[in-house]
Design a protein around this ligand. Structure first.
Ligand code: HSE
Length: 433
């Protein structure tokens, strides 16, 4: 019987999950692929690291040429993190005639056009379902299942680590540092968790989704982003009091003025599906002009969910489906003009949650409200809890605004920050209804 010979390059947590699926569930995979997928080689520079599965003798090597020079290997799962040597190795694999499956969103966000152009020139494909949303099949959904639509909006929770941390803080009152450490220990976080908590990981994923859904050519660094690294427990409590949960939300929204793009901690109203996404789960709410609202929810990080997406790509590639999708999608092609322009972030409207640490004395509220008013920002509600008489202390003041332009909000915040009654530590978050 014909078999497809496959290899894994980069054998960490996800690689072990992929190997486990291929080795322990070969029969099921053969049934779904119409032919067996035979794992013939695994390559990693570290042969001594303890791994959580037993491999047949001789399968693991530190010699990449065993893959590159083996013409029988058709598809390679490349699970090397970071940019280099991941980029060079992917080019080498493509040039030696292999199709590639990857989970490396940073590599695609950074070098997508070079890698995809090279793959196209060579008649090869690159599959990347696992790069966004972990186990959620969002790449296939947008690039295949929803192609009858003009996607109009994407609102998404794309970083499992951040969502895990926010959930821990909100539900258990855990502190930030302990929650980050636990996310790392569970294998959700990137090697450098800064990318998770400062919004970079979500921005890279949003750049990929915006490219697929809107044809946007955007460098992820140009996406305005704020992370959860300034998240504090009092904001979780105020959000709850106001009827919201805090989520790191990635937004891509089409308007006549262009495509609105940003990643920011956002108050999401209780009772809406996005507010209910807990732990390391991800969710993506897509609005299409024909289908209406569709909602995807599932594990956004972790070994087996990510391996699930990788192996699905492996099957698609081995049976030839990926080659067709890859050809027709024409992804990251420099030959194609981007059909949408990115909207000026200063002009993007939104509602805001603001928390100031202010002197507890007469006139403070009037000073802040005056600046907001002069910037045409209307207050929707506010919280200042009662304090002891005559404390002369610093107290938190929370303001929810009506819709305002991002640019006006930034200017007002700058002016408010200059007031002598306002102390450091101001928090600004977006609000989504
Ligand atoms: N570190 C990522 C996250 C998982 O926490 O969502 C891989 O993309």
């Amino acid at each position: 019987m014909e078999t497809a010979k496959v290899a894994i390059v980069g054998f960490g947590t996800i690689g072990s999950g992929v190997a486990r699926l291929l080795l322990d569930h070969g029969e099921r995979i053969a049934r779904h692929a119409g032919k067996p997928l035979e794992l013939v080689q695994i390559v990693d520079t570290d042969l001594s690291r303890p791994r959580d599965l037993k491999l047949p003798k001789g399968l693991l090597s530190d010699d990449l040429s065993k893959v590159v020079d083996n013409p029988e290997i058709e598809v390679v799962v490349q699970l090397i993190g970071g940019l280099e040597p991941a980029r060079s190795i992917m080019l080498k694999l493509l040039e030696s005639g292999k199709d590639v499956v990857t989970a490396n969103k940073a590599l695609l966000a950074e070098h997508g056009s070079e890698l995809f152009d090279r793959a196209r020139q060579l008649g090869r494909s690159i599959a990347f379902e696992a790069a966004v949303g972990g186990g959620i099949p969002i790449i296939a959904a947008i690039s295949e299942c929803l192609t009858a639509n003009q996607v109009q909006e994407i609102h998404a929770i794309l970083n499992g680590t951040s969502n895990f941390i926010l959930t821990r803080m909100e539900e258990q009152g855990c502190n930030y540092a302990a929650s980050v450490a636990e996310a790392q220990q569970r294998g959700y976080a990137e090697a450098d968790p800064t990318m998770d908590v400062d919004g970079s990981d979500a921005a890279q994923k949003l750049a990929i989704l915006a490219h697929l859904a809107f044809g946007a050519r955007v460098d992820w660094r140009d996406i305005p982003r704020t992370g959860i690294d300034t998240a504090e427990l009092p904001d979780m409590r105020y959000a709850k009091e106001l009827g919201y949960s805090v989520k790191l939300l990635a937004v891509a929204k089409l308007a006549p003025e262009g495509l609105e793009l940003h990643v920011s901690p956002t108050l999401v109203r209780h009772g809406t599906p996005l507010a209910e996404v807990r732990g390391a789960y991800n969710a993506i709410r897509v609005v299409g002009d024909a289908v209406g609202r569709v909602f995807f929810h599932g594990p956004g990080a972790g070994q087996m969910p990510t391996a699930s997406a990788v192996v699905a790509d492996l099957i698609d590639t081995a049976v030839g489906r990926m080659a067709i999708t890859f050809r027709t999608l024409d992804l990251w092609s420099d030959d194609r003009q981007a059909p949408v322009a990115v909207r000026n972030p200063a002009k993007v409207p939104g509602r805001f949650y603001l928390r100031f640490n202010v002197d507890d004395r007469p006139g403070v509220m009037a000073e802040i409200a005056g600046i907001l008013g002069r910037h045409r920002i209307s207050i929707a509600s506010l919280i200042q809890h009662e304090t002891e008489e005559e404390t002369d202390g610093v107290v938190p003041l929370v303001i929810m605004t009506h819709t305002a332009k991002e640019g006006a909000m930034s200017e007002a915040m700058k002016k408010i920050g200059e007031l002598s009654c306002v102390h450091p530590g101001t928090i600004r978050m977006r609000v989504r209804e």
